[in-house]
Structures are given as C-alpha cells and as structure tokens.
Design a protein around this ligand. Structure first.
Ligand SMILES: [Zn+2]
Length: 127
C-alpha cells in the first residue's frame, strides 16, 4: 500500500515521503484536535503549501459530510422504518457530529494529496 495516495490519507502520513506524521495527536484526542505539524518531521515538506491552503479542504469535507448523511439516512430508514423524519434527521446530526474529527482530518489529507505526490527519494532521506 505504501506509495499510494490511500496510504498517505488513511495512515495520515506526509504525502511526499509517507514517513512523517501529519497530525500531532490521535483523532479523538480532543486537546490536540486538528493540531498539525508545520513541516514533515521526516522530509521537511511544508504541509500548508501557501497561506489559506487548507480552506480548499472544506470542499472535500463538504463532500464527505453529504455522503455520510445520505448513507446514514438510508441505513437509519432501513433499520427503523417506523420512526419519524425527525428521528432520522437526529441520527444524521449525531453521525456528522461524531465523525467531525475524522472528516476534518481525512479532508485535509485528501486535499494535500491532490497537490503533492509520493517521492521515494524523500522517503529514504534521514536528517
Ligand atoms: Zn515527509
């Protein structure tokens, strides 16, 4: 799996060397939620390529949220067909809320991987 964008995205590794961590804490470590290293600890790649770079990740985040909402609605309606619309809406809100830290991180990883690609030479380098 190493060398593919999926590896970088789901392992939350630097998109260039796929060795260095991108985030400081684990996903549900709320104290460090969203805290990122400025540069890759392994190859030195600057994660925020330009100012405001990560605003673009909001589009990815939006896409994930819509997909998760549709999936939750279908599942909720299938499991609890007799419940009211408000029940299903409540389920969607709960799922979006619970998944928010995951969505935040995955969308940034996806966004970074749009603009950077794996470089095996950088992976080898040790500073
Ligand atoms: Zn790196």
């Amino acid at each position: 799996m190493k060398g593919t964008r999926l590896y970088s995205i789901f392992k939350e590794k630097c998109p260039v060397c796929q060795e260095g961590e991108v985030f400081e804490g684990r996903t549900y470590n709320l104290r460090k939620l969203g805290k990122m290293h400025t540069n890759c600890p392994h190859c030195g790649h600057k994660y925020e390529i330009e100012n405001g770079f990560f605003y673009g990740a909001m589009y990815v985040s939006y896409g994930i949220t819509v997909a998760a909402s549709v999936a939750t609605f279908v599942l909720s309606y299938w499991l609890f067909p007799d419940q009211s619309s408000w029940f299903h809406i409540g389920m969607i809100v709960a799922v979006i809320f619970i998944l928010a830290p995951v969505t935040f991180r995955i969308s940034r990883m996806v966004w970074m991987n749009f603009f950077s690609h794996y470089d095996p030479e950088k992976a080898k380098k040790h500073e």
